[in-house]
Design a protein around this ligand. Sequence first.
Ligand SMILES: [Cu+2]
Length: 472
Amino acid sequence: MNEDKPTASQIIALKEHKMKLSRRDLLTRGAALTGATVVGSTISTPSSAASSLTDNGVRYKDWEQSYSGGSLDVEPLEPGLPGKHYQPVVVPNGGAIPFRIIDGVKVFHMIVEPVAHEFTPGMDADMWGYNGRVNASIIEAVEGERIRIYVTNKLDVPTTVHWHGLYLPNGMDGVAGVTQPVIKPGETFKYEWTLRQFGTFMYHAHYDTMTQEAMGLTGMFIVHPRNPQPEDQVDRDFVLLMNEYKLEPGTRRVDPNEMTDFNVLTLNGRAFPGTDPLTIKQNQRVRVRIGNLSAMDHHPFHIHGYRFKVTATDGERIPASAQWPETSVLVAVGQTREIEFIADAPGDWIAHCHMTHHTMTQMGHGLTNMMGMDIKGLMPQVNNAIGGGYMPMGEKGMYDMAFMQMDMPENSRPMAGVPLQYGKGTMGGLFTIFKVREELSGYDDPGWYKHPKGTVASLAKGSELRKDGIKV
Ligand SMILES: [Cu+2]
């Protein structure tokens, strides 16, 4: 129906007014442009135009004009406030950078600085971060508002900040040398633009990026919709950023030169058991915004006990008809994904990268396979000879390490032996737990789930084996 398509100038006119309009207005305007008729608050359309009037119809029309948010020259809307314009997200092990409002502009102050960072209790590293945190300081804003971000560089090297996935004037893109000079040590730069989109985005250093991201300079950037629709609203809205580092046992400096063998895999800068659980009341609707700014690895993030829907990427919210079900969502380097589910099943549901080496902290690779060998007494001898740091897997895998009294190098954790409800575990790294409870008085860690009697896997009784004809 070519005659029903809006002309380019109509699209531009629509876009110029877009920021001032509610979503219903947008639908109405879109309907007018596509030849639909509007009766009261109900939109009726000729069947030929119906396909362009899905819930995202107007935004898809934008694609004919622009992939980058349209005209820069939009009139900012009033700054959005928590509790009034949006429900703040939850950042396990982290938080939002505070803001103040000056003459209708939301003003943030980011500080790039050295951070003494704890990956998990017993394992610290000297890193770089934003506002005192590594990977866990977020910027939270609202579609349509104008933001001004001051960036103060307290490192002794230059840096810049790139706003990843955001529509902005080219000169605000934060690429050292291409769109701006570097921010020298001690300098404060100013970034300012009007947000013309909503969703889950990221930010990171864009000068000597390989080194600076490997030292910790990444974070998440959340933009809430100006006019949230029922499908945008959830009860718990979590943010998780995935990263990977190399920290040799016995050292405190992460190694930016590592290209493949990362040994500390993190969520919001923390490795299990240092990751805060995600606490949820039964039947709450949950969103998890997952980003990946690892150096080299894509991570399939898997949640036990649930399926979820992939509802958005950093490109756009996915129309309901195109959202797809998963139990693991692959988040590639440089991507974000939003997933949603109803937490109707209580319990302690673990969630982790499904690449098994990414749930092991300080796993040593390139070592001799010890499976089936008797290595008792070997470690002290080897470490004596080479000055420490040798940590092979056990002769029966990680299992025997969990129970062995090992001489651990300083500032490292055993790969196995995390105390859990039913014994010691053999996991670390990119791993956390969704704690879904029938009753909650707050969102602090509620402890381990108390399983109803008869619902936990248990040792089979002889009588049961006999009855079911199982011979062992
Ligand atoms: Cu992974």
